[in-house]
Ligand binder design. Structure first.
Ligand SMILES: C[S@@+](CC[C@H](N)C(=O)[O-])C[C@H]1O[C@@H](n2cnc3c(N)ncnc32)[C@H](O)[C@@H]1O
Length: 299
């Protein structure tokens, strides 16, 4: 990143690894993930133009493993196939204090695991010795890293995407929501910036330019990159936070979506990506778009 000319980038828009176990982040520990984000955000101070923007698309970690978390799961009574309740087990145990759980099971006509679950509430997803998970907020980390180098949180928007029903099994075993939104943190490097209301139509300002919630469908199943963001998301960010001919950066380029949106809106771009297969994919998308545009110009 530091090879990029100082004070040259008008907008940096990216989505980093989320620390949720994707293939390309398997090597990361929570600590190395934090240092990666911190370093990349710090590097922005040198390369962003004064008045430039840094927009980060990220989500909280919904299943953050915590080995210190007590292993207690809610009693899911709607899922219970066996009608024996905790109260029935307690009553039977009171009447027969000398019975072990096998004897209680045969008395009540259920399995000994049911007795154990009703008494100890240890019906944990993945087994009772499985490390439990909690929610980890990430906005506070990136806000802190930016603030450390004098880049300020300017605004925040929420991308409302398709609900991820992959989690529905988990959702029906907890009171948690399905995963259906991500955040956009908009940071600003102090300096003058231009407000030109003519850059969007009146309808665009009303429907998304001035709105906090952006409803955009996720990229449906694709087999070339496991975490693409939609081109519409990149287009909106680019149109709102940069001008024609500006330089746009994506240091986690993946399949090249930011570059594609930048080209379509007459911006220049720089992309950085560590996986060779994604570099190849991004180059292919850019090449195809450029030859399509060339053909359009020739027609
Ligand atoms: C969430 S994906 C970005 C997807 C991209 N926005 C798109 O639409 O295709 C994050 C990308 O960052 C890449 N990545 C992870 N660590 C990196 C690093 N240290 N340097 C550069 N790229 C990295 C991953 O390979 C992955 O392609």
């Amino acid at each position: 990143m530091l090879e990029i000319e100082p004070n040259s980038v008008a907008l940096s828009f990216w989505s980093p690894p989320y620390f949720v176990g994707k293939d390309y982040e398997k090597e990361e520990t929570f600590e190395s993930w934090q240092s990666l984000l911190r370093q990349v955000i710090h590097n922005h101070y040198q390369i962003l133009k004064p008045g430039g923007f840094l927009v980060i698309n990220i989500a909280d970690i919904l299943c953050f493993k915590d080995k210190y978390m007590p292993r207690i799961q809610a009693l899911n009574i709607s899922n219970q196939k066996c009608k024996v309740t905790r109260e029935m087990v307690l009553e039977a145990r009171q009447k027969h204090p000398d019975y072990n759980r096998y004897e209680l099971a045969s008395l009540l006509g259920c399995s000994e695991q049911t007795i154990d679950r009703r008494l100890n509430g240890n019906n944990i997803r993945g087994g009772k010795y499985q490390v439990q998970t909690r929610v980890k907020l990430v906005g506070n980390y990136i806000e802190k890293y930016a603030y450390e180098v004098g880049i300020y949180l300017y605004d925040k928007r929420v991308w409302v995407k398709d609900p991820s029903w992959v989690n529905s099994q988990w959702t029906s075993n907890t009171l948690k929501a399905v995963n259906e939104y991500e955040d956009l943190y908009i940071f600003w490097k102090p300096g003058e910036y231009v407000i030109d209301r003519r850059k969007l139509s009146k309808d665009e300002w009303k429907s998304w330019g001035s709105r906090g919630l952006w409803y955009i469908n996720s990229v449906r199943v694709n087999d070339d990159h496991e975490a693409k963001f939609p081109e519409e998301l990149a287009s909106r960010v680019i149109r709102l936070f940069s001008e024609e001919n500006d330089l746009i950066l994506d240091p986690f380029m993946g399949s090249g979506t930011t570059a594609v949106a930048a080209i379509k809106h007459n911006r220049n771009y720089i992309g950085i990506e560590k996986e060779a297969k994604y570099v190849k994919l991004a180059k292919k998308r850019i090449r195809e778009l450029s030859s399509f545009q060339l053909e359009l110009n020739l027609v």
